[in-house]
Write a protein that binds this ligand. Structure first.
Ligand code: CA
Length: 397
């Protein structure tokens, strides 16, 4: 058996291979086999760059049998319903070059706020400058029950490694166009945020590698703690090396059958890599997709190159198909650390700061009064000596 570099298209539908073969067009539209399963299966049998393994000429029947067998194994292995069966691009939720759908006109599909700038090459959420924040929001509410959000982006800047910040966030939320401290969006949001955090605020207290992707689902009651990188409210995530790389980064967020599946292509190899899967997440229809970013003392350019949303078709029961999903309250299985712990830590921090200040005041008082005593003593001695000298002088006369 010889291993040659031949495309799988000989035995598989051309349409199915297209997602991997076209740079920048990851997982576009699946055929009857399903985009997700196709992608996984093709990945297992492709080399970097999209070349596939096959077994030479003149043995097509055997080749067919083996490949079909492998194909069936692949399907059996990836039978997770959350992968969906088809994916259809939804143009009303799509943002691509030259971004004619973004702006303030009545026909625009995307609104921009804050320091966001739209050029022909990217939507720059923030420039590489301190204290900036901006966002872009899809005006059209999403009526899809099962969907996939794919975002192509780039994070780059002049700052040295670990001297950059703060990152960007991708959103599926009820409210939009509100600037705030959560990567440029408002606190206590309702919906889901995917944070691509490029600076570790917790410092040495964290064992995570940054930049780090994390997921948060909120019903409006949770508070994102920026100082702790939102660890208390994070549902999971993965590290992702994205900053100052030559190629663009891709992230796929699938929401299907109440499961969120995140995959990333951060190495420029047109290859999805698993990041995290989180089950039992409830999200309603009718929310908005968006992206936001922020900078603080440290900064970066946070650029969105493209946003694409696909409708996923999954097997659902008759009841589910006619269910109204718009009233679902966002929820997830989040095991919160006791609030008191965070408060206690905060109180201890304040107590330590208070004690440090008191000690500094005491030290200052001690030094000041010591010096004052020395001066008074010196003056007293001087006066005493001068008087003695004067008395001696009078006695001599
Ligand atoms: Ca952070």
């Amino acid at each position: 058996m010889s291993l040659g570099l031949r495309p799988l298209a000989r035995v598989l539908p051309r349409r199915a291979l297209f997602p991997l073969a076209r740079p920048g067009e990851h997982g576009l539209v699946g055929g009857s086999f399903g985009a997700g399963n196709y992608r996984k299966c093709v990945q297992r049998w492709t080399l970097p760059g999209g070349a596939a393994l096959s077994m030479g000429d003149g043995r097509t029947p055997l080749l067919l049998v083996l490949l079909l067998r492998l194909w069936s194994l692949c399907f059996a292995y990836h039978s997770d319903p959350a992968d969906g069966t088809t994916g259809h691009l939804k143009r009303e939720h799509t943002l691509v070059k030259p971004y004619q759908s973004a702006g303030s006109s009545e026909r625009a599909l995307w609104d921009i706020i804050g320091n966001t700038m739209v050029t022909s090459q990217q939507v720059r959420l923030t420039p590489d400058q301190q204290s900036k924040q901006g966002a872009i929001w899809n005006r059209v509410p999403c009526g899809l029950v099962d969907w996939e959000l794919q975002v192509q982006f780039k994070v780059h800047g002049e700052g040295r490694r670990n001297l950059n910040g703060d990152g960007l966030a991708l959103w599926y939320t009820r409210d939009q166009l509100k600037l705030g401290p959560v990567f440029g969006n408002a606190q206590n949001f309702s919906g889901m945020g995917i944070f691509i955090d490029t600076y570790y605020n917790e410092g040495k207290k964290t064992d995570l590698q940054y930049p780090y992707v994390s997921v948060m689902v909120n019903n409006g009651t949770l508070h994102y703690n920026h100082e702790r990188d939102g660890r208390r409210t994070s549902l999971g995530g993965c590290p992702i090396a994205i900053r100052n790389v030559k190629h663009d980064t891709f992230i796929s967020i699938k929401y299907a059958m109440q499961q969120v599946t995140i995959k990333v292509d951060a190495e420029g190899r047109h290859y999805w890599k698993d990041c995290v899967e989180i089950r039992n997440i409830q999200l309603p229809t009718g929310y908005h997709f968006g992206a936001s970013a922020t900078t603080g003392d440290l900064s970066d350019n946070h650029d969105i190159i493209a946003i694409k949303v696909y409708e996923l078709s999954v097997e659902r029961s008759e009841e589910e198909r006619f269910q109204d999903w718009s009233n679902v309250i966002p929820s997830a299985e989040l095991i919160l650390e006791p609030e008191e712990d965070e408060d206690a830590e905060e109180k201890k921090k304040h107590q330590d700061e208070y004690e440090e200040k008191i000690w500094a005041i005491k030290f200052f008082c001690l030094v000041f009064f010591s010096m004052l005593a020395v001066v008074v003593l010196a003056v007293g001695c001087a006066v005493f000596i001068i008087r003695r000298q004067e008395e001696n002088r009078k006695r001599l006369y």
